[in-house]
Design a protein around this ligand. Structure first.
Ligand SMILES: [Zn+2]
Length: 70
């Protein structure tokens, strides 16, 4: 028998193989980040890092040109 064979599930967030045991506290997610992504709570901080280029343009616009419009 293979008692040491670990059940592996795909992470709903990124598809990465996640061992279904105590080594994966966020199972079925591979990490806390994927868990937050699924919950939709990642947009607050993770999206700023991932899309920093897109958001940085808007930030500069609001600081520089925003004052003129107000
Ligand atoms: Zn994942």
């Amino acid at each position: 028998m293979r008692q040491d064979e670990t059940t592996v599930v795909p992470c709903p967030g990124c598809g990465k193989s996640v061992p279904w045991n105590e080594s994966s506290p966020y199972r079925p997610f591979c990490s806390k980040r994927c868990q937050l992504i699924d919950l939709g709570e990642w947009a607050a901080e993770e999206k700023v890092i991932a899309g920093s280029q897109l958001l940085s343009d808007q930030d500069e616009w609001s600081e520089d040109s925003g004052k003129d419009q107000f």
